[in-house]
Write a protein that binds this ligand. Structure first.
Ligand code: GLA
Ligand code: ZN
Length: 668
């Protein structure tokens, strides 16, 4: 279990390292990420490398038994490189070539960038590939490369040519006959930007594509461009080193398909910055996604022990909050807890962004003590839960292509957010303590899940809809919602009644889709008379073999079905034709999970339970995310690994306390 953070000694006097080491030892730090922004210091002039300072840093860390995650510095380019090759900078969606400075302003398809980034990665690997401190390569940092330049346009055309072979296939996929935009040659194709085929919907704050197929292909192409940037550096690294490679994902961003990018890396890692108002189920969802991507534990590469400086307001972390965030990531499968950054910067845009060592340089502080205690706890935990995984019986489909397609279309409700819809369903599982994997079309059937939820699974391939049929037929439970199965993977509608892809398995069809203004609400009425609020989108449903579970309570379609279930072969398929309030989703999922005999927990608000299993041992993480204490009734006697205490019966959990309950001990 690594504990530590981004270490940037090149931003400080060389003597600072002595004090750094002293403090790292005090804090039980055993890992440092080095070199993320060090390109100008490593290569001050074109082809002139300067490694002595890095030798000293790595040697020193090694002597002190601190492992190193060595970064390639390719996220921020030196000025000499930017000035020599202005085309290396990206062109934004408004068609402006940016001028360097800041960071991440790179064209991912620039041949010059590819050449220089591979060279510095290779030089680092040549020198440090066998350095005993180095344990992992950290390629680049949080990709934010997006570009609409002529080089990207040309590569896009090549990518399309490979994918579609001839131009007619492109026209069919993009349905270009609409508005008379049939292409007669690949050379006519440009990236979809504000100058070409993208319109900005200011009100909804999103970009809408004139031709969704083109837009989605461009997004796919950009993701694969980033993937090849990683592969480009990795190829050079592999000449000298066989150590695993990671790239730290930046939270969860819409712009890149993480499923695609993850193919280029060996270990998944991500940066978690929950802010004051972030509900804890949100990072939990991303953790589960990260763990599911390679069905293995992931690394928590960056977290923050203080103020966050990229928000307008930067509250300090409340007592116990940092540990709470770290234990939550551990509970969901993280095998490290690292921070950005070790020492708080003196200047620059992030000078007030919290760090492990604050500007005072002291550790005899509230946060200093918390970090020391946390370091001790991780040290004592050792490798106990390292490598452990949960046994999730339920899965949620999460798919970037659907995110792009749904929000890139002028759809029935342009304010509908794909990610929010996914989180609504995830939250219900989370609150019930039911472990879930997060899957995509290609990983969904890898495991025999009892339940697969596919909220707003708008685009669906024919192959996948066939797999869903087989899955349900064989006894699986499938749940989907409005705006699912509407289009194929080119985002052209599947004709013959929505939702074309899932019509058979759901046993219904949707005649009309009511896209509702915020002040238009409806309700779901259940057989027992209970009612739940719903809105955003309401499907007008025609039943075939499905049965209604809930009916609409209002409007001209009052008393028509809005929630249904269909028995299909040995399984069941549920359809929720509207966006319900949280209480309804929780009730429905709870009923379904009860039928499936998935254990659910009734916990106080903001108390979370999560599991990791290893060598037949189950480690139950019980987390109080509240700033107040709560009482919990434990049904059995447990040993809490963190406090070392034995827990039984009615216990009081301190604010932000986490317990790892191990080994059921028979009660007295
Ligand atoms: C990101 C970056 C870091 C730093 C932090 C600050 O995660 O990777 O370099 O900018 O944000 O929040
Ligand atoms: Zn470009």
């Amino acid at each position: 279990m690594w504990y530590g953070g981004d270490y940037n000694p090149e931003q400080w006097n060389p003597e600072t390292i002595d004090e750094d080491i002293r403090l790292m030892k005090q804090m039980h730090v055993n890992c440092a990420t080095v070199g993320v922004f060090a390109w100008p210091k490593l290569e001050p002039e074109d082809g002139v490398f300067q490694f002595e300072w890095m030798d000293q840093v790595l040697d020193r860390l090694y002597q002190e038994h601190i492992d190193v995650i060595l970064a390639t510095p390719t996220t921020a380019m030196p000025y000499w490189l930017e000035h020599k090759y202005p085309d290396i900078m990206h062109v934004d969606i408004e068609g402006r070539r940016v001028q360097g400075g800041s960071r991440e302003k790179i064209c991912p398809n620039s041949r010059v960038y590819r050449k220089y980034s591979a060279r510095i990665a290779g030089e680092l690997a040549k020198r440090y590939g066998h350095h005993p401190a180095v344990k992992l390569w950290h390629i680049n940092n949080e990709y934010h490369f997006y570009c609409y330049c002529p080089a990207c346009a040309e590569e896009f055309r090549n990518w399309l040519q490979k994918k579609y072979k001839d131009i007619d296939a492109v026209n069919t996929a993009w349905n270009t006959a609409f508005w008379g935009h049939t292409y007669t040659s690949f050379s006519q194709i440009l990236p979809p930007s504000y100058l070409t085929d993208i319109k900005r919907n200011q009100l909804a704050g999103r970009d809408v594509a004139c031709f969704q197929g083109q837009y989605i292909d461009y997004m796919r192409f950009m993701s694969s461009s980033v993937r090849s940037c990683i592969e480009n550096e990795k190829r050079e690294i592999r000449k000298y080193s066989s150590l695993p490679v990671t790239n730290n994902f930046s939270d969860l961003v819409k712009t890149y398909d993480y499923w695609e990018i993850s193919k280029a890396i060996d270990v998944i890692s991500w940066d978690n910055y929950p802010t004051f108002h972030t509900p804890m189920y949100k990072p939990a969802f991303i953790h589960d996604l990260m763990r599911s991507m390679k069905s293995q534990p992931f690394l928590m590469m960056e977290q923050n022990p203080g103020n966050i400086s990229w928000e307008d307001y930067g509250p300090v972390k409340r007592p116990g909050e940092v540990a709470d965030i770290c234990w939550q990531s551990t509970a969901h499968g993280a095998d490290s807890n690292l921070f950005f950054q070790w020492r708080q910067s003196r200047g620059g845009v992030e000078k007030f962004h919290g760090a492990m060592i604050p500007h005072s340089g002291r550790l005899d502080t509230r946060m200093g003590n918390e970090l020391i205690q946390l370091g001790e706890q991780f040290e004592r935990l050792g490798s106990t839960v390292e490598g452990a995984m949960p046994d999730a019986r339920a899965a949620i489909l999460f798919d970037w292509e659907n995110w792009w397609a749904l929000e890139g279309s002028a759809i029935h409700n342009c304010h509908l957010k794909y990610y929010d819809q996914i989180l609504k369903y995830y939250r219900a599982f989370y609150e019930m303590g039911i472990p879930v994997d997060v899957v995509c079309e290609s990983t969904c059937m890898d495991k025999q899940y009892d339940l697969i939820a596919a909220p707003c699974f708008y685009m669906c391939s024919h192959e996948f809809s066939e797999k869903v049929k087989d899955y349900v037929n064989a006894g699986g439970t499938f749940l989907t919602t409005f705006l699912s199965g509407i289009t194929d993977r080119t985002d052209n509608v599947i004709l013959g009644g929505y939702p074309g892809a899932f019509r058979d398995v759901l046993g219904l069809w949707v005649e009309e889709i009511d896209g509702m203004y915020p002040d238009m609400r409806n309700s779901i009425v259940l057989k027992d008379g209970s009612q739940y609020d719903c809105g955003e989108v309401c499907d007008l449903i025609r039943l075939e073999t499905a049965k209604a579970i809930g009916l609409y309570g209002k409007d001209f379609y009052r008393n028509t079905p809005c929630v249904t279930v269909n028995t299909y072969g040995d399984g069941h398929a549920y359809y929720i034709g509207t966006s319900p309030e949280h209480g309804f989703i929780k009730k429905l999922l709870s009923d379904i999970c009860r039928d499936l005999q998935l254990t659910q927990y009734d916990l106080p608000e903001n108390v979370e339970i999560a599991f990791r299993i290893k060598n037949g041992k189950n480690y139950t993480f019980l987390m109080n995310h509240n700033n107040e204490s709560v009482n919990i009734n434990l049904d059995h006697s447990y040993h809490d690994i963190i406090s070392g205490a034995r827990m039984y019966g009615l216990i009081s959990m301190q604010p932000r306390q986490c317990m790892i309950l191990e080994n059921l001990i028979p009660a007295d």
